[in-house]
Every structure is written in C-alpha cells, then in structure tokens.
Design a protein around this ligand. Structure first.
Ligand SMILES: Cc1cc2nc3c(=O)[nH]c(=O)nc-3n(C[C@H](O)[C@H](O)[C@H](O)COP(=O)(O)O)c2cc1C
Length: 659
C-alpha cells in the first residue's frame, strides 16, 4: 500500500481532542431530521457513512438551540430540549465508532431562518436592518432575550456533551444570528450587545466563556467564522482577525474560517465556476494571528489540493464539504492511493442546495444518487438471475443504468451513437466555468470500465437491432434533441443550434443573437462572448435562466454584468429571422428589428422518443430514463439511471418497465 498524502494523514489536535487526520466534514444541513428536529435513521446512516469513509472530524450540520425559530432549514436537528439527547447520543456513537471525532454545530439562524416560510414563525434579529435578512418583519431581541440566548447556547453545548460529542461548533457565519450581532452592518444596537467591536462581540464571547465555564477545558469548541461577508459595508478580514484573537482568548479551540452571508451565497456555497481552494488564504490570514488551529474551506475537491494546503501551512485542517456528499469515502480512497476513484463534487449545487435544502426538500446529489439512501444502497443485492441488458445512450442516465445493472450481475451492453461516452455532460463541460463536469464523465467512464460493461461506440440502435439481439431488458437513455423555432427564416444559413456551436460543429460570424436565455442559451452566449463576439440574448420570459439553480444563476449574472460585449433583453419574442436582422416583438406588442450577423437557437430541448416509440410493440422490458423520458436536469438522469440499474430483475424494484 502506498503512503499517500502524508501531510493529510497525520493526526492533528483540536483542544484536547486528537483527530486522526486533517480532513473535516464541515457542517451541512441535510433536511433529514424529523419534522420536530429529532435524529432519524436516514440522518444516522448519512453521517455514519461519512465517518466510515475515513474523515478525521465530522461536524453535524446546523442544530437549533432555540426551537424551530432558530432553524436555518426546514427539517433541522434541534438540541434545545433534553428529549433530543437520546437520538443525538446514537448519532455521536455512530460517528465515533468509526474513529472520527464528532462535533455538532450549534446554530441560531436569526433573520436567516426559513421558519417564517415553513412554519409562520417570527424571526429574531439584533436590529431591523432592511434588506439584510432572508426573512422580513422580524422581532428585534430585547437585552434580556439576548442573555437568555447565551444560556440557550450553553445549554445546547451541555446536551451535546451529555450525548457524547467531542465538541460543539458555534455558528458565527453565513448570515445567521451570531454573525448578525458581530457585523456592524446588521447590528445597530445601543445596549451592551451593540456599538464598538467589543460590544458586538459580547454575545458570542459570553457563549464561548459560558461553555468553557460549564464544560471545562477538555470539551471541544470550534467557532465557524465568516471573515469576509462580500457585501457592501460587510465584515472584512482585518477586523475578523481581531475577532479570531478575541474568540481564542475566550476559549475557542479552533477557528473554522468561512466566508459569505445573506446576499453573498456564491461566496458561501460556491457554484461550479469557482476555482479550487480560492478562499483558503483567509484561513492562513487568521492563522497568522492565533495560536489555535484553523480549518480552511471552499471548493477543496481533490486530495492533492487538500494535502498541499496542509503541507504549505495554509491551515492545519481542511474541510471538504460537498466533496463528502458526492463521495463519503474521500479520505479512505485518498489514503489508499485511489484518488482516481473519488467521485468529485462538480459544484452544480442542484441536488444538495437548489432542489435540496433551498427547496425545503431532503438533500440529494446529482453525482451520487446514494446520498440520503445509504442503507438502501448498502442492501443492493445481486439479481437472482443474470439477464441480457441492452442500454442505449451513453449519457449519465445510460452510464449509471449500465454500471448498476452490471454490478448486480447482469450481462450489459451499452451502445452509444457518437464516438464517446458522456452525452450532454460532454457538451456542458465545454461551457465557460463548467470544466468540472468532465470529472463526472471521467468517473462514470471508469465505473463503466470497472463493471466490465461491453461498450459499443458509434452504434445506432433501432428496433431491428433490438429484435436481433433479443435482450431481456432495454434501457432507453437516448437523451434529448434541441428544439427549433417555428418562425419564417429559421432555415437561413446564418442560423444554427447552440449545441452545435458548443460542440464546434458550427462556426458563427460577427455579431450574434442568441435566441433563448435558459441555461444553454446563457452558456453559449458566454462562450461566444469569451471568443470576442458581440452577443445579445433574447429571452421570452421576464428574466434570464429562471430555472437555473439559484446560486449558480447569481454567479452567472455577476459574471455577465462584467462583460461589455454581452447584453440581454427579456420579455421579447422572435417573430422572423431576416438576412441581416431579427424581428422581435416586445411585451407591448411593439416590433423592432435587431441587426445581427448570426443567430444561435437555444430554445430548449425535447425528449428523443424515437427508439422508445419504435420498441412499443416488442415483447421486451423497456425502461425509459433521463431526458429520453422527460427533458430535465442532470440529477434526474443519474437518479433514474441508477434506480433502473438497481431494479432490473430485482424482487422489489423501485422502477418497473414501461407497460
Ligand atoms: C447542502 C449544504 C448544507 C450546508 N449547511 C451548512 C450548515 O448547516 N452550517 C454551515 O456552517 N455551513 C453549511 N454549509 C456550507 C458548507 O459547510 C461549506 O462551507 C460549503 O459547502 C463550502 O465548502 P465545499 O466547497 O467543500 O462544499 C452547507 C453547504 C451545503 C452544500
């Protein structure tokens, strides 16, 4: 066995706790708790798998100290009553049994709560600063209510200790209550909890001192600290360094250095376009003024990156957040020299955030369908009998279906019409800021190979081929085809499809109008703008990319705002394409002609139903998955492909063939 990443796999210390290596699973809320905030089996299985995967420290995600009004997410854990101790103690044991240290994050979301939307509760804040919070019309905490909340945090820590956790983490970041008190932008109080930095720090410092007082020197105490808020007038690193020294003096064991607040989500849970480790230097800055260790975070996705941050003394510990959602065995694989086997998070934010916790739904993962279903996946049995399975289409849905059915003992052939696997992943990876998508294509391709799937490239499948091969089951994963526009002039030579531009099958000249400002239209427009074209997007809806994952959309608009050669018009409909211009009708039915040299169509795509329809009459089990079933996001493709692969020939399938 190779001795991989020695810097990463040396033990470290957080206060009195020895941590077996430098990899941290940072706090991430899952929405797997019960309605009332109790531990569930789903939550236990999720955390246990991350501990089993080898991380040194697992921090359980935000846990409420003050009823559901402290909830950051809808189904959040709570620690504000003794009735929660039993479940939390099972959780601590399930993490610690695997050798990981277990901390739990104490959170009060304050004005960042979701409880207004999900439960009609009134949020509490330090000061009623307009626009500063997720929730409006808040209650401004009275002085004695703040003192009560100090006690609520200390009580929470005491319950965590009773439950068997090694420590707690105080959430002083991401726009939640403690950060709201610490930041001059959101704290306009004139009582003992507002004013100069010392006064703004009184609330968190009283908690730190209170926890130390109650639980002694050996109980672990991490502080998750936003050191840059990235909003006008927000907290900045220089003052945050002073804050860190104050927290250290009060008794903190480690500073978990993060960034972002309400209003700067792209700098908190970065979308795909952010570089690996782009904000780790903040940990080094904090580390330069404190003697306790620091934890760096933010798009740390590969063991190489993590190891060099530790080896270069940027931070003593590195947090790999979404990278542990996508692959709970990140640490184990890295240590064994199997870094190539890690399913790296691509940062799409769809399964975990956009369609997950931000939508009040359980956390999922576009590249790891097993997340939140750990027990179910662990129990995936081989098929009682081996079947001949023909998978048609080598995109994510087809590859997942092929891998999972082959792993279960079927004899699988995967046919792909083009000369490479990847499908729409390959196309998407060419768009600006989306190169990480290729990580997932590489991962799936390796899994296809390891599962000994018989891959036939440049092979088009029709009903006749299916009849000849006579398989037991066919998985139709033929994806989607781009739609066209039904307007005069759409056949002109200077009109082409966005997919063909990204794939470099078509070239465009001069000024370009991109018709359609959804995800593909925006990607293509940015791609063309990067190449120097004057680009205008024409979008029918009243805003660009309305269905794009919300954080990625914000980051995209920030980027677009910086580009002089990229403009967009919304609320307009193209009615005709002429030789030198496009006729556009606006919301008031006024038509104008916009001059252009080229027109690129990005007006959506529709399921490719050709093969599915052809197979309608054949006596074979047909499963239709991914975009071939209905054009959607990547997470639907991977989920369905996986579930079909796990279902073929299973006694209790979660997916049944089309009737
Ligand atoms: C689904 C999800 C839930 C999160 N919940 C929390 C949380 O409860 N507390 C917290 O401090 N940070 C939370 N975060 C932020 C992460 O801890 C981490 O700082 C962030 O994802 C950036 O790190 P990464 O690039 O390694 O994912 C959450 C992130 C995600 C994706």
């Amino acid at each position: 066995m190779s001795d991989s990443y020695p810097a990463l796999f040396q033990p470290g210390r957080i206060g009195a706790t020895t941590v077996r290596n430098r990899l941290v699973v940072p706090a991430m809320g899952t929405n797997y708790a019960s309605e009332d905030g109790a531990v569930t089996d789903q939550l236990l299985d999720y955390y246990e798998e991350r501990a089993r995967g080898g991380a040194g420290l697992v921090v359980v995600g935000s846990t409420g100290v003050d009823g559901t009004r402290s909830n950051a997410i809808a189904r959040q854990l709570r620690i504000d009553d003794h009735r929660y101790i039993a479940g939390l103690s099972t959780l601590a044991t399930r993490i610690r049994n695997h050798g990981a240290a277990a901390f739990i994050q104490l959170t009060h979301a304050g004005g960042g709560t979701t409880a207004r939307k999900t439960r009609g509760e009134t949020p509490v804040v330090p000061s009623a600063v307009p626009g500063a919070y997720n929730a409006s019309d808040p209650h401004v905490l009275a002085t004695d209510e703040v003192a009560d909340l100090v006690e609520a945090h200390v009580e929470g820590a005491a319950r965590a200790a009773r439950a068997g956790f090694d420590g707690v983490e105080l959430h002083c970041g991401h726009g939640y209550l403690l950060e709201q008190f610490m930041s001059a932008r959101t704290n306009e109080r004139t009582d003992r909890y507002g004013g100069d930095l010392e006064a703004r720090m009184r609330f968190p410092l009283d908690i730190v001192a209170g926890i130390r007082d109650r639980l002694g020197p050996d109980f672990g105490l991490s502080v998750r600290l936003t050191v840059e808020e990235f909003v006008p007038g927000g907290q900045e690193i220089d003052e945050s360094k002073r804050v860190a020294t104050m927290l250290e003096a009060a008794g903190a064991d480690v500073i978990n250095v993060t960034t972002g607040t309400y209003g700067s989500a792209p700098q908190t849970i970065e979308p795909m376009r952010y570089e690996e480790g782009w904000r780790a230097h903040y940990a080094a800055e904090v580390g330069s003024v404190v003697d306790i260790p620091t934890i760096a975070v933010g798009v740390i996705r590969q063991p190489d990156t993590a190891a060099s941050l530790v080896a270069d003394d940027v931070a003593e510990f590195v947090a790999v957040g979404r990278g542990h959602i996508s692959d709970p065995h990140f640490a184990r694989k890295a240590k064994r020299g199997e870094a190539d086997e890690i399913n790296r998070c691509i940062g799409c934010n769809i399964g975990c955030v956009g369609d997950g916790i931000f939508s009040h739904r359980p956390m999922g993962c576009s590249v790891n369908p097993a997340v939140g279903r750990e027990a179910e996946f662990a129990a995936t049995d081989p098929s009682p009998e081996s079947q001949q399975v023909l998978v048609v289409g080598g995109g994510p849905a087809g590859m997942e279906a092929a891998v999972w059915s082959a792993r279960r003992g079927h004899d699988v052939t995967l046919c792909e019409e083009s000369d490479e696997l990847g499908g729409q992943l390959s196309l998407a990876a060419t768009a600006p800021g989306k190169g990480k998508i290729a990580w997932f294509t590489d991962y799936l391709t390796r899994q296809v190979d390891a599962a000994a799937v018989d891959v036939r490239l440049e092979t088009r499948v029709d009903a006749e081929l299916v009849r000849d091969r006579d398989p037991d089951a066919v998985v139709v994963a033929t994806g989607a085809r781009p739609r066209s526009l039904d307007v005069p002039g759409v056949d002109r030579d200077h009109v082409c499809q966005a997919w063909d531009v990204l794939a470099e099958r078509e070239t465009v000249e001069g000024r370009v109008l991109v018709v359609g400002g959804g995800g593909v239209g925006c990607d293509t427009a940015e791609w063309l703008a990067e190449r120097g074209h004057e680009v205008t997007i024409l979008e029918y809806a009243d805003r660009l990319a309305p269905r794009k994952e919300v954080i990625s959309r914000l980051a995209m608009l920030e980027e677009f705002g910086d580009r002089e050669n990229l403009r967009w018009e919304t609320g307009c409909q193209v009615t005709e394409i002429g030789p030198t211009g496009v006729t556009v009708r606006d919301a008031d039915d006024v038509e104008t002609t916009v001059a252009t040299d080229s027109v690129v169509l990005a007006v959506g795509h529709a399921r490719d139903a050709t093969l599915a329809d052809e197979l309608e009459q054949l006596p074979v089990d047909v499963y239709v998955v991914g975009d071939a079933r209905e054009s959607r996001n990547i997470d639907a493709a991977t989920d369905e492909g996986t579930d079909v692969g796990r279902s073929i020939g299973a006694p209790d399938p979660v997916f049944t063939p089309r009737l």
